[in-house]
Design a protein around this ligand. Structure first.
Ligand SMILES: [Zn+2]
Length: 368
């Protein structure tokens, strides 16, 4: 037996963003707070939201950091209280959507910002309308949010059904202005989400189908989206791949490549997607040894087997300018033991098909 529950309404299509007013009217939201990244203010998207929704927009909150902080969440919550908000629109990348989702839950459940990290039951939230400007995080279709506490150097994942947005408006045209390096690190994350799902002990036939389609689309379109930012077909396919991978990992969670990424991001500032991609080539082959079904999935994605997929994955990383060795990342080999130890502590490592011990993980890292 397996179950699959995905409560987000998804509107997908080129140019649909200009129909925002029509979508909002379906829900009767009259007082709306908008949270937006600086890039969405700069490129005119926020102005367009204000002109489409008129006085329904009561406040625009900006200045959300790349790793959204408790302070960012608090500024959105304050705006919700001040305007007795009916909904929040999150326009931007994963950081804006994550901060808005956490704020929506904190507001609706009356959770003080200081108590947010200790809170476990995220079952309710103010409705979130997510409008992604990148293809990668998939926060628009997942029940999770990662928030940072700068003072204590903490990055805390929050999760619960209340953190699913109400509505995701996915307009590939909004990704045209995404710079090539952001396209590369977020796009490679799509493949990490898809392949992490296939290597999850919680996978099911629906998550597998979504993940295989997502991985195939991303393998076929990422380098074109990187080389030609306004290539409509490539951007549309990357947006679709991101949504499909997000729907898949909303059910299974992520696994080893993500578990190994956190230390690289928090200690060496490696961008999230690049940090996950760093070890994914190894994990996919290791998982295929534990579950030979992954060789079939690799064929469905377009490769001969898991080993071939792994080699081509590294070729793709090179092509879009990502680093693939410890030396290239500027990480001294004396950190290998720590990376292995910290990876093993992560909850999503336990979710991985192949369970490696510390010695085996050290060996994996020594091959890098
Ligand atoms: Zn990711």
């Amino acid at each position: 037996m397996f179950s699959f529950n995905h409560p987000v309404e998804i509107k997908f299509g080129e140019g649909i963003f200009t129909r925002l007013n029509e979508f909002v009217e379906e829900y009767d939201y009259e007082r709306i707070v908008v949270a937006a990244s600086g890039s969405q203010v700069g490129n005119g998207v926020v102005n367009l939201i204000e002109s489409l929704l008129g006085d329904k927009v009561r406040q625009v909150v900006t200045g959300i950091e790349a790793n959204p902080t408790l302070g960012n969440v608090e500024s959105i919550v304050s705006a919700m209280y001040e305007h007795d908000a009916h909904a929040v629109i999150a326009a931007g990348g994963g950081s804006v959507m994550d901060a808005s989702k956490a704020a929506a839950a904190a507001y609706m459940q009356g959770i003080g910002i200081g108590a947010l990290f200790g809170h476990k039951d995220f079952s309710e939230a103010l409705p979130v309308i997510a409008i992604p400007s990148t293809s990668g995080s998939a926060s628009e279709v997942t029940p999770s949010s990662v928030i940072s506490d700068k003072e204590n150097e903490l990055k805390v994942p929050l999760s619960g059904p209340g953190l699913y947005p109400k509505l995701a408006i996915v307009d590939p045209e909004l990704t045209f202005t995404c710079p090539p390096h952001v396209t590369a690190v977020s796009g490679i994350d799509v493949i990490c989400h898809a392949l992490d799902c296939l290597g999850s002990s919680k996978n099911n036939p629906i998550s597998d189908a979504l993940a295989i389609r997502a991985a195939k689309l991303a393998f076929e379109n990422l380098s074109t989206a990187f080389d030609e930012p306004e290539n409509r077909e490539a951007r549309k396919n990357m947006s679709l791949a991101s949504v499909l991978a997000g729907m898949a990992f909303s059910q299974t969670g992520t696994t080893a490549s993500h578990a190994m990424s956190y230390y690289l991001t928090s200690h060496f500032d490696v961008p999230h997607g690049e940090a996950c991609a760093f070890s994914l080539d190894e994990w996919f082959v290791i998982n295929a040894k534990a579950n030979p079904e992954l060789h079939h999935h690799a064929r469905d994605i377009g490769f001969e087997d898991a080993d071939h997929l792994s080699v081509r994955f590294n070729d793709l990383k090179r092509k879009v300018g990502l680093r693939i060795t410890l030396d290239e990342l500027g990480i001294d080999r004396n950190h290998i033991e720590n990376i292995a130890e910290e990876s093993l502590k992560q909850a999503n490592m336990k979710n991985n098909t192949a369970q490696l011990d510390k010695t085996e993980i050290v060996q994996l890292l020594e091959r890098k």
